[in-house]
Write a protein that binds this ligand. Structure first.
Ligand code: MG
Length: 391
């Protein structure tokens, strides 16, 4: 792959991803001017339709519940911010890190995990539905922006980072990015750290959003050590501070303490393992990016808390149950009669059905439903099912 003037190979650790050692793009293209290959990936992601739709997709709270809650878009930007800080501290490729972070949730259905679970149930006979796999499908197949190829034609390294997990059976159908799941190899340092930055971002902002929505309370959260330590420090330093500012001070410190732990633990592990290049990172028997054992425990404690008290809260559960019904009903209506689909989606459906029969039709319907924003799904549901609604 050609080296461009903007490739910031200098100053990076030997195990960082670089243009010079990239496995390249599926469709050969001339190198970019004044940008690195990974900057170009990042730019293609930002200009994609799927990226814009993240603005109206639920993270935990449905978009219309309030303007202050995180959406998939603001979540992805927060992940990129945290991941870039870690990448810079570890002297690995920030451009690639940012590209992976901004693309990691492109395949999410409307209504967060409730939507994905419903769509997965609908797709049981046809290979299932998994949002992470769908993120790869969006950048590899579904975006229609180029004359010469489907998708965004991202570098191998960006695609490797987007595909976080997958079964061996599915991996066999994915070509180059599937190989590591068969051979049990690791992805790049940039991919590993972005995965953990995602976790740091959502654990912390779900605390913030959960408190704002009054679904969880401070006096429950102080049971959790990751929260309690920061709470005590903030209370000690600022005894008169308002609740709102106290929460922000705590959440900021929670993110910081996790990032510092991750950077320091990972630097030690990298020093001990001494990978000489990105291939040595991939061959290493385990991930080189990780928290300390103590931080991993504290993280699990917070995750368990959020699962039981926030994600299973009856108000969240009511929303997710309704959301699941909307997604299931849309899938069923379109699967039964593809004549209900708008022209573009119906053409996509006909192409996939011609190649793959009923499974192809189901996949195309899933692509259409998965691509919807929350509000578009609700409107489509009305248009398809409500006789009083004009279509
Ligand atoms: Mg995420």
């Amino acid at each position: 792959m050609s080296r461009s003037v903007a490739d910031s190979g200098q100053g990076l650790a030997p195990y960082a991803a670089t243009d010079a050692h990239s496995h390249g793009r599926r469709h050969a293209e001339p190198g970019p001017a004044y940008r690195s290959e990974f900057q170009r990936d990042r730019d293609r992601i930002i200009h994609s339709a799927a990226f814009r739709r993240l603005e109206y997709k639920t993270q935990v709270f449905v978009n219309h519940e309030g303007d202050l809650f995180r959406t998939r878009l603001t979540h992805s930007i927060e992940v990129a911010q945290i991941a870039r800080s870690i990448a810079r501290a570890l002297r690995v490729n920030e451009d690639l890190t940012e590209a992976i972070a901004l693309a990691h949730d492109l395949g999410h259905t409307p209504f967060g995990h409730a939507g994905q679970d419903a769509l997965n149930a609908c797709m049981q006979l046809y290979g299932g539905f998994e949002h992470n796999l769908q993120s790869l499908r969006v950048v590899d197949e579904l975006e229609e922006r180029y004359a010469d190829f489907n998708g965004l034609n991202l570098t191998f390294e960006a695609r490797e980072g987007i595909l976080k997990h997958c079964s061996v059976a599915v991996a066999r159908t994915l070509g180059d990015v599937g190989v590591r799941f068969i051979e049990r190899r690791q992805p790049s340092i940039e991919a590993q750290l972005t995965n953990l930055a995602d976790e740091i971002a959502y654990n912390s902002h779900d605390v913030d959003d959960g408190l704002r929505a009054r679904l969880i309370e401070m006096d429950e959260l102080v049971e959790i050590s990751l929260f309690r330590d920061q709470y005590e420090e903030v209370r000690h330093r600022y005894p008169q501070l308002s609740q709102r500012r106290t929460v922000h001070e705590i959440v900021r410190r929670m993110i910081n303490t996790q990032v510092v732990d991750l950077v320091e633990t990972s630097l030690t592990r990298l020093q001990q393992a001494g990978p000489t290049d990105i291939e040595a990172v991939r061959r290493h028997p385990e991930a080189l990016i990780s928290y300390s054992e103590a931080m991993r425990e504290r993280n699990l404690e917070l995750k368990r808390f959020l699962r039981n008290r926030l994600y299973k809260h009856y108000r969240v559960h009511r929303m997710t149950t309704k959301a699941g019904r909307v997604v299931t009903a849309l899938f069923e209506a379109f699967m039964e009669d593809t004549g209900l689909l708008p022209d573009e989606a119906r053409n996509h459906c006909q192409r996939l059905e011609a190649a793959d029969g009923e499974a192809g039709r189901a996949r195309a319907v899933a692509d259409y439903v998965a691509g919807m924003t929350d509000r578009y799904a609700i409107t489509e549901h009305e248009r398809v099912y409500n006789p009083k609604e004009l279509t």
